[in-house]
Design a protein around this ligand. Structure first.
Ligand SMILES: [Fe+2]
Length: 283
């Protein structure tokens, strides 16, 4: 099974621009095209929050229009830039978002991998939380299927990343969340967004991972005193490949095309040239 993870799309109403100049909608259109073109195609897409830039109804309309072009189902959780009521209304016909209750969290059991989406929003705040009520919900879900391979996703990283300004607005009760997850060896990844950069770490007995954004990235700046800034590094997404034999492997893929591919041409002086050329001949 292959899961594509897109994140931090920050969709705006038509003609509006994120941060005054970034055409995030066009970026998302390109990401959708790239996913639809893939061979093989991912079976599903997950979107780990900041789906829209301000959580406005017109933005969710645009989000729905663009994601409606995806050739595969998409499962979404909100980020700090989204609003629950507006998201719920825009996707009222979804078959996975809860119809009632405060939080937009869910478990999906129809794939070989179990998906658990968490809602880490604290309305009106940039930081996130998986509070006691949400942790109890997650604990109950994990206890239901302790052996099925499971992926958890939430917007705010619950682990430190070294991007200190972003970590200050991360998930504030990450340590408590880690205690809920740590006993479960079947949790293969905790997938996040928010930091607009690809990041991996060992955390809570599993692997914590942050996906790159489909539009603007956050500058790789490990100096404490500096505020987070935007860098227009290439837009990208994560591909999480899973099989019973090899477990989960994560690749980063760029949205846009690059020069190539070119065949390797081995210099006869290269010590392993014979072996490499033999392999090339079998292609
Ligand atoms: Fe974001």
């Amino acid at each position: 099974m292959m899961i594509a993870q897109i994140t931090d799309m920050h969709v705006r109403a038509p003609d509006a621009r994120c941060n005054g100049f970034i055409d995030t909608n066009a970026y998302l259109e390109r990401a959708v095209d790239a996913l639809n073109r893939m061979t093989p195609r991912p079976e599903i897409v997950i979107a780990t929050g900041d789906l829209t830039d301000c959580g406005l109804p017109a933005e969710f309309v645009e989000l729905r229009r663009i994601l409606g072009r995806l050739a595969m189902p998409v499962y979404m959780i909100p980020g700090n830039h989204d609003r629950r009521a507006e998201m719920r209304q825009a996707f009222a016909d979804s078959d996975y978002l809860p119809r009632d209750g405060q939080f937009l969290h869910f478990a999906v059991d129809r794939y070989p991998l179990r998906l658990i989406g968490l809602d880490s929003i604290v309305p009106g705040k940039g930081y996130g939380s998986i509070c006691a009520e949400r942790r109890a919900w997650l604990a109950a879900r994990l206890a239901e299927q302790p052996d099925k391979p499971t992926v958890i996703f939430l917007h705010h990283p619950p682990f430190p990343t070294g991007l200190k300004q972003m970590d200050q607005i991360g998930c504030r009760d990450g340590a408590e969340l880690g205690k809920v997850i740590a006993p479960y060896r079947n949790v293969l990844r905790v997938l996040c967004g928010h930091h607009h950069r690809p990041i991996q770490t060992a955390w809570a007995g599993t692997i914590g991972s942050v996906g790159p954004a489909t539009a603007h990235q956050v500058m790789l700046d490990l100096v404490d005193a500096k505020p987070a800034r935007i860098m227009m590094e290439p837009p990208a997404f994560h591909l999480h490949l899973w099989s019973p034999a090899s477990g989960m492997v994560t690749h980063m893929a760029y949205v846009d095309d690059h020069a190539g591919p070119y065949d390797f041409r081995f210099d006869p002086d290269y010590p392993a040239a014979d072996e490499e050329m033999e392999l090339a001949a079998t292609r």
